[in-house]
Design a protein around this ligand. Structure first.
Ligand code: GLU
Length: 277
């Protein structure tokens, strides 16, 4: 399989230096393998995504020296490259997961889950779902399906999942302990990140996913989706997260670290690469 990587930004804010450094590594790995790079816009959340961020994103990526071979502006064999235009594909995957008994409807609110489950794992991951709505076996019959529910994936409790990360080596997690039943489709009719990303990476024939290590636990969830849909997972390479001088992780909310703000102060892409790579 030829190397194909991807850049998958969400237009929920301005790109910051952490994104740029991760995308740079994605580009370097694609180049080293003589492969190609796909730009995919992950704009599924209508409450958080904005057109102005999407426009800014393309400009910031280009300023940083990142080029792509397929994407919304250039097209390509797996178009469309904008997730909000791909919902029929996610719906088909949802149907299949439901028909195979992997998912069930859940009426718990976010607050119910947090209250029942206690503290989340680490500072980046969600709490383990306490299985309040999980049916004893399989899923519920169509006649009993409530409306306005979240749909959750039933994880195989106690199973150790593993994969070989391209940078970090062997990674393992125990389903039901390190992460719990996760949302596949939201009650406000939005497919979840986990579902959309697995469906798209498979459909676009991505051979290696390069992304930040904050998504390590999500990789295990996505591996379960691949398995449930009988899809071949890509390889994974999780990049180190950037920290500030105090060791705190950089976040999108630190406006001063956006590429725009840095550029306005006269910082160059080379400066950023020298500092962070
Ligand atoms: N769209 C996600 C984000 O911006 C990244 C998804 C991924 O790389 O799998 O956080």
């Amino acid at each position: 399989m030829p190397y194909r990587g991807r850049l998958a930004p969400s237009p929920t804010g301005y790109l910051h230096v952490g994104h740029a450094i991760t995308f740079w590594q994605a580009q370097e790995r694609a180049r080293a393998a003589g492969g190609e790079l796909v730009l995919r816009i992950e704009d599924l959340d209508p409450h958080r995504c904005r057109a102005e961020f999407r426009e800014a994103m393309a400009e910031d990526l280009q300023w940083f020296g990142i080029c792509w071979d397929a994407g919304p502006d250039v097209g390509g064999p797996h178009a469309p490259y904008v997730q909000s235009e791909r919902t029929a594909r996610y719906r088909a995957a949802w149907d299949e997961l439901r028909a195979r008994g992997f998912i069930y409807p859940c009426l718990c609110s976010r607050r119910d889950v947090v209250t029942a489950a206690g503290a989340p794992h680490g500072d980046t991951d969600e709490p383990v779902y306490p299985k309040t709505c999980r049916p004893a076996a399989g899923t519920v019959s169509p006649a009993e399906e409530p409306t306005g529910a979240n749909w959750r994936f039933r994880v195989p409790d106690g199973e150790t999942l593993g994969f070989m990360d391209g940078r970090l080596g062997e990674q393992t997690a125990v389903a039901g302990r390190d992460f719990g039943d996760f949302v596949i489709w939201r009650r406000d009719d939005v497919p979840s990140y986990q579902l959309a990303v697995a469906v798209d990476d498979a459909a676009m024939r991505i051979s290696e996913v390069v992304r930040g290590a904050d998504l390590l636990m999500s990789t295990f969830r996505q591996l379960l989706i691949y398995r449930a849909l009988s899809l071949e997972p890509p390889a994974f390479y999780h990049t180190a997260l950037l920290t500030d001088v105090t060791g705190r992780r950089l976040a999108k909310r630190d406006a001063a670290l956006s590429l725009r703000a840095l550029r306005a102060t006269g910082v160059t892409p080379d400066d950023l690469r020298r500092q962070h790579l």
